[in-house]
Design a protein around this ligand. Structure first.
Ligand SMILES: NC(=O)c1ccc[n+]([C@@H]2O[C@H](COP(=O)([O-])OP(=O)(O)OC[C@H]3O[C@@H](n4cnc5c(N)ncnc54)[C@H](O)[C@@H]3O)[C@@H](O)[C@H]2O)c1
Length: 442
């Protein structure tokens, strides 16, 4: 079938640089993981870009290419990693410190990891109060810092002889922030950078630098960052893809798997109590109430959108939803989450569901970083500038145009992602109607 005229997919060539603000648990688990996979030491479980397939055409056609073959993604050997952090540790030291992967596994890729030394961060303690680092850019206004980041990106690309770059925010969660005047337009934002406006967060400065260069930017944390008109305007102007926010892992992943199922069967929900214990640096940062508020907002929205209490008031209007995160150092990166769900069925009879998820945060997040980097690069190759709603699958708070509500149902998100891949290569959409198999439809 012919490719639709509006999508012209540029072939990928050369090497792709993946830059992460933040060289902590998630980013080092991602980087060390890719290094292990490309040496044949491990397998990329959890990654659609590496293991996923897409059905094409009719069920009787038996055409199921891998996503990689379908759209032509870069090989893992063609990926080059870089990062910024406010601690000077190289990726090996940072990974050991994070404790998500064993020393034994890290030692197998130690030399390669040690080559990755973070660039100095743009950091402001008022945005992440629990951290104090020394490896930070100093002097100048926020505008000057943005120029330094632009130089970092251009320098990294030239040094490693790269064809393209993507930036994925893997740094700590910043304190809760609401959009204000300085975020309302690109003009106001650039004036704010020059005037060192306190409402411009470090994550916004990284995003500004990337988008200014037309580089795709994905936001893995719940910070406001690119959810502001100014940066969306910039992304449209430079044709840079934009996506966010907050990687969908752990408890929220479970929620968006389970809630659509309960709703499909029209089972009511009276309450959903979620609590976690977590002991890594992310948990420590989230111990600050203002950083937690950013996370809480991101986690709470999910059920409302999936369950549509306005459409089903009798089932979901009175749902009591509570989310707690508790910093508990002995558990390290191995989070434990409990969900206690009070549901009701036929004639209002109550039932309960208990989930105890002993998960590994960074193990769930690392393949998301890889997929996002490759799919954001694909979006750029396909000429999709601005918000990439088709990547909602990966986020707790998916970005959409202001007039749209986000889609949180994991299965709808997956269908949207795969249909977008079909669309990019000019294949038919799959509607699951299946009418043409049965005579009585004719
Ligand atoms: N692991 C998950 O499952 C998951 C899920 C959703 C979102 N996230 C988010 O991803 C982010 C990373 O998580 P993590 O577990 O790797 O945390 P982490 O604390 O291990 O790593 C974050 C790193 O970012 C650095 N940092 C902070 N501010 C920075 C700045 N301005 N510039 C550069 N570096 C900066 C910190 O020094 C730290 O090394 C967090 O915001 C977290 O909330 C993680």
């Amino acid at each position: 079938m012919e490719q639709p005229p509006e999508v012209k997919l540029a072939p990928h060539r050369g090497r792709l640089g993946i830059l992460t603000p933040g060289l902590g648990a998630v980013s080092t688990t991602f980087i060390a993981g890719v290094m292990s996979v490309r040496r044949g030491l491990a397998r990329p479980f959890g990654s659609l870009s590496q293991m996923g397939t897409v059905r094409l055409g009719k069920r009787t056609d038996h055409r199921v290419p891998t996503i990689k073959e379908l759209v032509g993604l870069p090989e893992l050997d063609d990926l080059v990693f870089g990062a910024w952090d406010l601690f000077e540790d190289n990726a090996y030291e940072a990974a050991l410190n994070a404790g998500a992967l064993s020393k034994e596994d890290l030692d197998k890729v130690r030399e390669e990891l040690e080559q990755i030394k973070p660039m100095k961060a743009v950091f402001d303690k008022s945005y992440v109060r629990k951290l104090d680092g020394t490896w930070v850019k100093s002097g100048g206004t926020k505008w000057d810092k943005a120029q330094m980041l632009i130089e970092d990106m251009e320098g990294f690309k030239a040094r490693h002889d790269l064809d393209r770059l993507v930036v994925v925010w893997c740094a700590s969660t910043e304190v809760y922030l609401q959009p204000s005047e300085v975020h309302a337009s690109l003009e106001a934002f650039e004036a704010g950078l020059k005037a060192d406006d306190p409402a411009i967060a470090p994550s916004m400065i990284y995003a500004y630098a990337a988008l200014k260069l037309g580089i795709p930017f994905a936001n893995g944390a719940p910070n406001l960052t690119t959810d502001i008109s100014a940066l969306q305007e910039l992304a449209r102007a430079t044709g840079a893809p934009l996506s966010g926010k907050d990687f969908k892992t752990g408890q929220t992943l479970m929620k968006t798997i389970l809630a659509p199922g309960l709703k499909a069967r029209l089972l009511g929900i009276a309450g959903w109590f979620s609590t976690n214990i977590l002991g890594n640096r992310d948990g420590e940062v989230l111990d600050d109430p203002d950083s937690f508020k950013t996370k809480e907002e991101s986690k709470l929205g999910v059920l409302d959108y999936i369950l549509q209490p306005d459409v089903y008031p009798g089932l979901y209007k009175d749902l009591y939803h509570k989310v707690r995160i508790n910093y508990y150092p002995p558990r390290g990166d191995n989070k434990e989450g409990w969900d206690s769900i009070d549901i009701f069925g036929w004639l209002g009879y109550p039932m309960q569901i208990k989930i105890n998820f002993l998960c590994r945060d960074s193990i769930l997040a690392a393949p998301i970083v890889l997929d996002l980097a490759l799919f954001m690069d694909l979006a750029k190759r396909a000429g999709f500038g601005g918000i990439q709603e088709w990547l909602s699958f990966y986020f707790k708070s998916p970005m959409t145009l202001p007039e749209l509500y986000p889609e949180h149902d994991l299965f709808i998100q997956l269908m949207k992602l795969k249909n977008t891949l079909r669309y990019i290569v000019g294949e038919d959409q799959i509607t699951h109607l299946g009418a043409d198999y049965y005579e009585y439809y004719r």
